[in-house]
Design a protein around this ligand. Structure first.
Ligand code: GLU
Length: 481
C-alpha cells in the first residue's frame, strides 16, 4: 500500500474556472483517493487586485459538479482552518518573522520607484536584474506596511520533478523574492510554502509554469527546515493549434458553460483526466473509479496536451450511450431535465423518456435535444419545398408523391397494433407494393411526420408519436400538395 497522500487544489479566485484550472484538481483528487489519503481545497486569494467576487463559489460548484469532493476546505472546514489564504495572514507573518530572526529575510523599505531604477540600470547594461545585487545594506526593523524579502543564497539546485524528471539550475535563478507585501498579504511564492507545510501536503501538483520558480521554493524549504513534498509539474494544455497555451480566445470555455451546454460531468472528468495522461492501453472511456484505480503520476506526459473539443464531444456521446446502457433511460432522463424544448413540458414524463430512448444515440450534448426533438411535441410547419427538393424525391412529380402518400396513409391506417414491430412490417410491405427504394419511401414519410433533417428509425418515431398524430401529419401533407 502507498503512503497516504495529502494533496491540494489551490486555485486563485480570479475569474471563471476553465479547463486548465480543473485538470489541476483532478490529478490531486485521483492521487489522494488511490492512497486513501485526502485532498484539501485551499483558496489562494491574497492577490487582492485580481480577486473576483463569486469566483470561489464557481470553483466550489464546478468541483461538486465533477464529483471532486474535497476532504478539507471551504464549506466543510477541517483541522487546518481557515482555508482562505486571506484569513491566514497572521500565520504567514509568524513564519516570515522566523526568517527575519534567523537572518534569512529582511524588511525592505526601498520604494518601488527605486526598484524600477535598478531594473532600468540592468536593462541598459543588458544584464539580468537580480534584486539580491541591490539589497539594502542595513535593513531596518520590520514594521507593518514594509515588505519582507527572502535573503537568497546563490547556489546550484538539483531536484527531481515527478513529471519533468531530474532538474538542475545554477545560482543565477535565485533571488530575494518578496514574502510579505506592503499590503500585509503574502505572495503566492511564500504563502503556498507555508500552507503546504502546515497542511502536511505530500504532493504539490500544479501547472508547469511554476517550474522556473522552483529553485526559490527549494531555498525556502531549506531556510525553514522543511521536508520538501513531491513536486509534480503538470504540462500545459495547448490550444487546438498546438502552438500555444490554451486561452480564452481559443474557445477555452468555463467548465460550467460546458455543463450548461449539456456536457455530462462524467465525460468532462474523463476527457480532462486523459488530457496529458494515459494508462498505456487503448482504453479511452474511464469512470471516476477506474481513473482512481489506474491513474499514475509516472504516466503523466511531460509535453503539452492539445485541447480538442471534438474529442470532448465525442466522449460525451459515448457517455450518453454508456449511462443509457448501464443505468437505463430514466437515469439518463434525469440528466436532461433542463434541455427539452419548451413545449415538452405539456407532455407526461414517460413520453419524454420514450422520446429520449429513441434519440439518445444521436446526441453529442444534451442540448441537442432541443433541436432534435421539437416535432415530438409540436406539429411541424409544413414546408413543401423540403419535400419536393429532397434529393430522393425530386425526380417524382407532385401527383406521384400524392399517390404515394395516400398509399402510405391507407396502409398505416390498417396496422393492427400501433407498435414498432407491426409498423416495420407495414413499411416493408409498402416497399414491395410500391416498388420504391427505401430512401425514397422513408424520406417522404420522415419528412411528412417531422420536417426535420433526420429522425430516429421511422417505426420507432411513429410508434412514439402515436397513430393519431402520425396519420394526421401524413394527411396534412397530402392535402397541401
Ligand atoms: N493559486 C495558484 C494558481 O491558481 C495555485 C498554484 C498551486 O497549485 O500551487 O495558479
Amino acid at each position: 500500500m502507498f503512503m497516504k497522500a495529502i494533496t491540494r487544489f489551490a486555485p486563485s479566485p480570479t475569474g471563471y474556472i476553465h479547463i486548465g484550472n480543473v485538470r489541476s484538481a483532478i490529478y490531486p483528487y485521483l492521487v489522494a483517493h488511490q492512497t486513501d489519503g485526502k485532498m484539501i481545497l485551499r483558496i489562494e486569494d491574497t492577490d487582492r487586485g485580481r480577486y473576483v467576487e463569486g469566483a470561489t463559489e464557481l470553483i466550489e460548484d464546478t468541483l461538486k459538479w465533477l464529483g471532486l469532493d474535497w476532504d478539507e476546505g471551504p464549506i466543510i472546514g477541517g483541522p487546518n482552518e481557515p482555508y482562505f489564504q486571506s484569513e491566514r495572514t497572521e500565520i504567514y507573518l509568524a513564519w516570515a518573522k522566523k526568517l527575519l530572526e534567523s537572518g534569512r529575510a529582511y524588511a525592505d523599505p526601498t520604494p518601488p520607484e527605486k526598484i524600477e531604477e535598478y531594473r532600468a540600470k540592468c536593462n541598459a547594461k543588458k544584464v539580468p536584474f537580480l534584486y539580491r545585487n541591490f539589497r539594502p545594506e542595513n535593513p531596518p526593523e520590520w514594521e507593518p506596511g514594509m515588505p519582507i524579502r527572502f535573503k537568497a543564497e546563490p547556489k546550484e539546485y538539483s531536484w527531481h520533478d515527478e513529471v519533468m524528471g531530474d532538474m538542475h539550475t545554477g545560482p543565477e535563478v535565485l533571488d530575494d523574492i518578496i514574502l510579505i507585501k506592503a499590503d500585509g498579504y503574502p505572495t503566492y511564492n511564500f504563502a503556498h510554502i507555508v500552507d503546504d507545510a502546515e497542511m502536511n501536503i505530500t504532493h504539490v501538483m500544479r501547472g508547469v509554469e511554476y517550474l522556473s520558480s522552483t529553485p526559490n521554493y527549494l531555498a525556502l524549504y531549506e531556510a525553514l527546515g522543511l521536508v520538501r513534498p513531491k513536486l509534480v509539474s503538470l504540462p500545459h494544455i495547448l490550444a487546438p493549434t498546438g502552438n500555444k497555451k490554451l486561452g480564452k480566445r481559443d474557445g477555452a470555455k468555463s467548465v460550467t458553460e460546458y455543463r450548461d451546454d449539456g456536457v455530462l460531468a462524467e465525460a468532462m472528468l474523463n476527457y480532462l483526466a486523459c488530457l496529458g495522461w494515459n494508462d498505456g492501453t487503448e482504453q479511452e472511456i474511464y469512470t471516476k473509479d477506474e481513473l482512481i484505480e489506474k491513474f499514475s503520476v509516472e504516466r503523466i506526459q511531460n509535453s503539452g496536451a492539445r485541447y480538442d473539443e471534438t474529442k470532448l464531444l465525442w466522449m460525451n456521446g459515448q457517455w450518453i450511450r454508456k449511462i443509457f446502457a448501464e443505468q437505463g433511460a430514466r437515469a439518463l432522463y434525469d440528466r436532461t431535465v433542463n434541455f427539452w424544448p419548451e413545449e415538452a413540458a405539456d407532455y407526461p414524463e414517460e413520453y419524454r423518456v420514450k422520446v429520449l430512448s429513441i434519440i439518445y444515440d444521436r446526441l453529442k450534448t444534451l442540448s441537442d435535444l432541443h433541436e432534435m426533438t421539437g416535432y415530438f411535441f409540436k406539429d411541424p410547419e409544413i414546408d413543401m419545398k423540403m419535400v419536393m427538393e429532397n434529393k430522393f424525391l425530386k425526380k417524382m412529380s407532385e401527383a406521384e408523391i400524392e399517390e404515394l402518400l395516400k398509399k402510405v396513409i391507407s396502409k398505416l391506417a390498417e396496422v393492427p397494433e400501433w407498435n414498432a414491430e407491426k409498423l416495420q412490417e407495414a413499411l416493408n410491405a409498402l416497399l414491395s407494393e410500391t416498388g420504391k427504394k427505401p430512401a425514397e419511401l422513408f424520406s417522404l414519410i420522415r419528412i411528412a411526420i417531422s420536417f426535420a433533417p433526420f429522425s430516429p428509425a421511422l417505426n420507432l418515431t411513429m410508434e412514439t408519436l402515436g397513430k393519431e398524430t402520425s396519420l394526421a401529419r401524413l394527411n396534412a401533407v397530402a392535402r397541401s400538395i
